[in-house]
Design a binder for this molecule. Structure first.
Ligand code: SF4
Length: 275
């Protein structure tokens, strides 16, 4: 007898009564009570499925971080030629970097850095702008032209100094780099500086100074004194873009004061000409 879920209790009772009548008619005089019935064997609990080890998905950032720091020898142990080769390899690695998704989709190319090994001075800016993104070289736009004039006013040539940025990709609309982007790009900056080995650093603007030195102090508080990055003296000053005619050209005077301090500390003569 099968239960019919569509039958009412009264209908089921009538069906059961009819079934019992037919059993009596066929000679059945008793039925076992419920307690005599052996419960159906319980199914063996099925064994839990074996644990599946998911592959550890490394982000491109993690992969590259591992590659760089796991295999990179100390730059001190390298010959200048080895440093030159590794710098070129680092630039190639940077050119393929996809750590910052929003920058990768909008960049034309990465902007690594430019200049000689073992320079007296390295300028560190914020990030490439439109011209830098188009040409693949840092500080080639209007701010770059002003930086060239600052370098010349210091009695130096652009080719003598190394120039790079906190980021190697242009943020869309030249927005300020996010902390995550700066963090993603930091090991490229650090390894670049290890390989290039500048004797002095000049951080241009708040973003460069704060990220390089790991501080939130304003550029107004950081500028004009010597700070330290891994044993390299750092002078912070305003970013050349801040000195352009549409921004705060009156700050050129303070930048020149900073540059004079830097020249004296570097043991270079201080030219009389300003800017
Ligand atoms: S900014 Fe630096 S870390 Fe970010 S994608 Fe460009 S090269 Fe990679």
């Amino acid at each position: 007898m099968k239960n019919d879920p569509n039958k009412t209790p009264e209908e089921l009772a009538r069906v059961l009564e009819g079934h019992l009548d037919s059993l009596r008619a066929s000679g059945v005089s008793w039925l076992p009570q419920q307690t005599d019935l052996q419960p159906p064997p319980r199914p063996e609990p099925s064994a839990p499925p074996p644990a599946v080890s998911l592959p550890v998905v490394q982000t491109p950032a993690a992969q590259q971080a591992g590659l760089l720091f796991d295999t990179a020898p100390p730059a001190d142990a390298l010959t200048p030629e080895q440093r030159r080769v590794e710098l070129a390899e680092l630039a190639q690695r940077v050119a393929q970097c996809v750590r910052c998704r929003s920058l990768v989709v909008s960049r034309t190319q990465t902007v690594f850095g430019v200049g000689p090994l073992d320079p007296l001075l390295c300028f560190v800016g914020e990030a490439p702008g439109a011209e830098e993104d188009a040409l693949g070289e840092p500080f080639v736009g209007a701010a770059g032209q002003l930086l060239n004039r600052i370098i010349a006013a210091c009695g130096m040539k652009r080719e003598e100094v190394f120039i790079c940025n906190i980021l190697r990709c242009r943020p869309p609309g030249n927005r300020t780099p996010t902390p995550e982007e700066a963090s993603n790009c930091r090991e490229y900056l650090e390894r670049t500086l290890e390989l290039v080995r500048p004797r002095f650093l000049c951080a241009l603007g708040a973003c460069a100074a704060q990220n390089l030195l790991g501080t939130t102090l304003s550029i107004g508080k950081l500028r004009g004194r010597f700070l330290d990055f891994k044993g390299i003296p750092v002078l912070c000053t305003y970013h050349p873009a801040y000195l352009l005619p549409t921004r705060s050209p009156e700050k050129k005077k303070e930048v020149w004061e900073d540059m004079k301090r830097l020249l004296i500390r570097m043991g270079r003569p201080v030219p009389q000409a300003k800017q």
